[in-house]
Design a protein around this ligand. Sequence first.
Ligand code: PRP
Ligand code: ZN
Ligand code: MG
Length: 226
Amino acid sequence: MTLDQTRLRIAIQKSGRLSKECQRMLKGCGVKLNLREQRLIAHAENMPIDLLLVRDDDIPGLVMDGVVDLGVVGENVLEETLMERQAQGEAADYSVLKRLDFGGCRLSLAVSQDADYSGVNSLEGKRIATSYPWLLKRYMDSQGVKFKSVMLNGSVEVAPRAGVADAICDLVSTGATLEANGLVETDVIFRSKAVLIQSATPLAASKQAVIDRLLPRIQGLQQARE
Ligand code: PRP
Ligand code: ZN
Ligand code: MG
């Protein structure tokens, strides 16, 4: 299982909200995938495409570092990575090929159902658990509210009950996770959808030709769903 330099490399989420939708989209584009459990690389059988199945958080970096040619990722993860890399002086070039019609969600602040909350000022000096420290800081700075960031990569919604934080800033889609954890959404700070992004590294003509075949098909799929 090695990566062939002549094949178009696309990074998609291995498991999670976007993975099924990505696979559906690629199938809809006529890409025959040979996906097996636990495989991190999948070769398309009928087109020169290799898929890398990775954690969504890794996708923007893989594209920005030119490790893959394309990636499908939520704008939330993309924007967070962009802010982090810019702050660290790392390369952060990419282009958005297409905004997709799935993966809709919002990054929101949420507090315990019995918390005293009367606007974002209530969070002054409080601890907020999140996996999105840069997006959170940008919002809180814009509101002039100081806070302490508690970085958690998962299970963010348990933080208030565990006494680790006073509030959380996490993704909300249906709202079921918040409800199950006795939390209420208070402020939407970022709205997101999935996007198809491309590396800034110049592509070989053969790879560009594959992209030129895929894009109109994605467009067609989206129009058919409208
Ligand atoms: C998000 C978030 C919540 C859940 C909310 O995780 O962290 O756990 O989705 O969805 P709901 O409002 O429909 O209940 P995600 O699936 O994006 O996983 P990840 O954090 O591992 O990327
Ligand atoms: Zn292989
Ligand atoms: Mg994630």
